[in-house]
Write a new protein. Structure first.
Length: 492
């Protein structure tokens, strides 16, 4: 099948979160199954034109009351880390409009987190998708849009663009995080060049504003999200961010397909960034990595003390208030009451960064690095005994899958993709791959960490079996890509 991924970001070209990883990895996995996959995205300021191939002639895009002109560049998606350079060819097209995209930031900057002209920027981009296909004479069977920035693509396909080569094209929209919807003043609606009489019919109406994601959810032929449990959660008021009614109405067309991980990059058998490699049959290398992790963070090197790792954005979604909140978070009590060590890598809300610095200065067994470091991320995954993810909600989550691959047992809240990938420990049989809790409270985090620490000291044989079991789980993208391919085929 011919599949066009329409996206605001894709690695290695532009990334603000997991969306970029998912789009590129899914594209590569689908191409490895024999499909003709291409990607189209904006050319942001940070993407060097000199490294791209220019397509001849400008691209005219009808928006608002007139026409915008842009250039088009082309490159290819690099093969996966460590893979054969002669892997599948995936063209990546870049829509180059200097006024809209020639700036720092994808959606905003620290001083302007949400660009005021985002509805115009992504209306233009969505229209440009169709013009690009006409320009290169390539019409997809599937237009696959991702999140609110390209949610207009299925709307435009349904209302006005389903002509010439697009007559048989179907649309799929994937929700990566329902919390971000692209809600703006409806004064920007005329720029989409869609007629006003479809404003409510197409789903734009949102308390007298314009909701781009909602319109995409109403108009796309199929809807997906990034895990089966999150698909069910988003149909409830607790997790639906006011769109649960739309998703319940479209239940028959809505599926959760679990994201995968890059098993070439996150693989303790061949990871070049960790001191010692290991596999499920020989975990001796993990002890070497644990010692290196303790030394890296300035903790006493002691193989008998369990190390709890955490790599996270320090935001409310990740449960940091219940864990690190001054005077009520459970991290202080965990480190004060239990014979453990805790290492944290992350950045985000300033109060939390400052609180982590304070905790690290007062607790001898807690250390934190503010920021992000790829090498440290791999070392934490390899060297820690447990990995803590107390998320308020988690559409899919990647770190718990990285942790399982490295035999680092997750301690997680039972939500979203965490519920779909971690199996709760049974202390009688030894079954399971991690430790889970339901309610996001400081007490629940404390008790579940305490349960894991108790098992570490009292059920060491079961912990070892859990590690080996976790490392044998398959979270590769090929499994997920086959499910997407089946979904595409069902539309033909």
């Amino acid at each position: 099948m011919k599949i066009l991924m329409t996206t605001s970001e894709a690695v290695p070209f532009a990334k603000t979160g997991g969306l970029a990883d998912a789009v590129s990895a899914l594209s590569l996995a689908l191409a490895s199954l024999g499909h003709d996959v291409r990607i189209v995205m904006p050319r942001y300021y940070g993407i060097d034109r000199e490294k791209l191939e220019a397509l001849e002639g400008p691209l005219g895009v009808h928006v608002g009351g007139g026409e915008e002109w842009s250039s088009v560049y082309r490159s290819r998606l690099p093969p996966p880390h460590g893979a054969d350079e002669q892997g599948p060819e995936i063209p990546v097209y870049f829509i180059d409009h200097e006024i809209f995209f020639g700036r720092d930031g994808v959606y905003g900057t620290p001083s302007e987190p949400d660009f005021s002209d985002n509805p115009r920027r992504f209306s233009f981009f969505s229209r440009a998708v169709f013009q690009l296909c006409r320009k290169i004479g390539w019409y997809p069977d599937i237009l696959h849009a991702h999140d609110w920035p390209t949610a207009l693509v299925p709307v435009m396909l349904r209302f006005g663009e389903k002509t010439d080569g697009f007559a048989n094209t179907k649309s799929v929209l994937t929700i990566h995080n329902l919390g971000y919807q692209g809600v703006y003043s409806k004064e920007s609606f005329p720029y989409t060049r869609l007629p006003w009489d479809i404003f409510k019919v197409a789903g734009f109406e949102d308390w007298d504003r314009m909701n781009l994601l909602k319109a995409g959810l109403v108009c796309a032929d199929r809807l997906t999200t990034v895990s089966p449990t999150y698909a069910e959660e988003t149909k409830t008021a607790a997790y639906g961010f006011r769109l649960d009614g739309v998703l319940r109405a479209r239940s028959a067309d809505y599926a959760g397909i679990l994201n995968g991980i890059d098993a070439d990059v996150w693989n303790p058998r061949k990871d070049p960034t960790i001191p010692s490699r290991y596999d499920p049959d020989d975990l001796s290398g993990k002890a070497v990595d644990k010692a290196a992790l303790q030394k890296e963070f300035g903790l006493p090197v002691d193989p008998d003390i369990p190390v709890i790792g955490m790599i996270t954005r320090l935001t409310d979604q990740k449960g940091v208030g219940e864990l690190f909140g001054a005077s009520y978070g459970s991290a202080w009590s965990i480190c004060a009451d239990m014979r453990v060590q805790m290492v944290i890598l992350g950045s985000g809300e300033k109060w939390c960064e400052n609180e982590l610095r304070s905790l690290a200065s007062r607790l001898p067994n807690l250390r934190a690095t503010i920021g992000y470091n790829e090498r440290l991320s791999h070392l934490i995954e390899a060297g820690a005994d447990f990995f803590l993810m107390p998320s308020r909600y988690e559409p899919c989550g990647l770190n718990q899958m990285y942790s399982l691959a490295y035999g680092t047992l997750p301690i997680v809240r039972c939500t979203g993709g965490l519920a779909d990938t971690v199996e709760n420990f049974d202390q009688e049989t030894g079954d399971g791959t991690g430790f889970m809790f339901d309610d996001l409270t400081p007490r629940a985090i404390y008790d579940t960490v305490g349960w894991a620490v108790w098992a570490y000291y009292n059920k060491s044989e079961l912990i070892g079996r859990m590690r080996s079991r976790a490392m044998r789980k398959d979270f590769s993208w090929v499994r997920s890509a086959r499910k997407y391919a089946d979904l595409y085929e069902s539309l033909s």
